[in-house]
Design a protein around this ligand. Structure first.
Ligand SMILES: [Zn+2]
Length: 90
């Protein structure tokens, strides 16, 4: 009788994080010393602040460093246009 095949009751790690809404991506974050960090799309609140800095048409393309408490945001492919959000976003 075949019960479970190759999956011999081992707990599966790594598949539990919610990734269906917005796929996280990794980028080098200048605020984190240039290390590779997870990035996520900015929230509506963050986006409206960013719109006040870079314009409403560019803001939706911004991503934020997901390294707890980091304030760095940037367009997906353009680190040169990134900046740090104010402390109130921490
Ligand atoms: Zn960072």
């Amino acid at each position: 009788m075949c019960r479970g095949g190759t999956d011999s009751g081992l707990p599966r790690h790594g598949g539990g994080r919610l990734v269906s809404r917005a796929m996280p991506d990794t980028k080098h974050c200048p605020n984190c010393g240039g290390t590779l960090q997870d990035f996520r799309k900015v929230t509506a609140t963050e986006e409206s602040f960013i719109a006040g800095r870079v314009g409403i048409k560019d803001a939706p393309g911004y991503w934020r460093c997901a390294n707890g408490g980091c304030l760095w945001v940037q367009p997906y492919f353009n680190q040169a246009k990134g900046f740090s959000l104010p402390e109130s976003f921490r």
